[in-house]
Design a protein around this ligand. Structure first.
Ligand code: NI
Length: 246
């Protein structure tokens, strides 16, 4: 069930038999010459909807804007600074908690969000510890879809050392699977993007002129996306079932 198309009585009825919710979280940021700006949000959202087809679970609206200031050298990127994202996450969890949700599962598609999501978890648990709120029965989990064991193995098998770390053929494939009408074939030069560490937005644009890091997303296909989707849904299902049993 999707929260955005549910009614409040639907959610009230759902809460009578489950206190779990999946919150997809991503980013709106450049993903190289052929990658959609919504890649990091589209991937976890698509996977979450896949999970919801296999089991009865509520999927919250995707948090589509994340910590992505380093991509602001490229048009279309929209970013929250870490402190803003932290505040958003705390308010989202506290809202859900108020309604009776006790297992809140963040399914993330953007590496730049990881530190802030974990900090938000600690902020929320600290609010409970310090007595600012009674949240001791709250369970939080972060799952990064691209890090799951089966997905990692499949990405390696499909793309080898051309996977890279940003605008990867795996994530671009998954968006092509989700939105086949928006598939783009764009030549990449050089074929394989350079790698390295980044600082701010200007540094990023200087070092990585077309936005990619270490990847060759020209290899992305709908078929690879379908395989990654299936692998990820299975991994997330297993992880989520384990989470809600705690
Ligand atoms: Ni990405």
């Amino acid at each position: 069930m999707r929260l955005q198309t549910a009614t409040w009585p639907d959610v009230e009825a759902y809460l009578e038999h489950s206190d779990a919710v999946i919150v997809p979280i991503g980013s709106t940021e450049q993903h190289g010459p052929n990658g959609m700006l919504g890649t990091d949000a589209i991937c976890p959202e698509t996977i979450a909807f896949g999970v919801a087809e296999s089991m009865q679970v509520l999927v919250a609206p995707t948090l589509s804007i994340g910590q992505a200031h380093h991509h602001l050298g490229f048009p279309g990127t929209i970013a929250l600074r870490p402190s803003t994202l932290l505040a958003v996450l705390v308010d989202v969890v506290r809202s859900l908690y108020r309604h009776g949700f006790r297992h809140v599962y963040f399914l993330n598609g953007h590496g730049g969000n990881v530190a802030t999501v974990n900090t938000a978890f600690q902020e929320i648990y600290a609010q409970s510890t310090f007595g600012d709120a009674s949240l001791s029965d709250l369970r939080l989990r972060l799952c990064n879809w691209y890090m799951s064991p089966t997905v990692g193995k499949l990405s390696k098998e499909l793309f080898g050392d051309q996977e890279g770390s940003h605008a990867t053929p795996s994530e671009v494939s998954l968006t092509f699977y989700a939105y086949p009408d928006d598939v783009k074939s764009t030549p990449m030069s050089p074929t394989l993007a350079p790698t390295g560490s980044i600082r701010d937005a200007d540094d990023y644009r200087t070092q990585f002129a077309d936005g990619r890091i270490g990847s060759n997303p020209a290899l992305a296909t709908v078929e690879a996306g379908a395989r990654l989707f299936e692998a990820s849904v299975n991994d997330v299902l297993e992880d989520f079932r384990g989470f809600i049993s705690t």
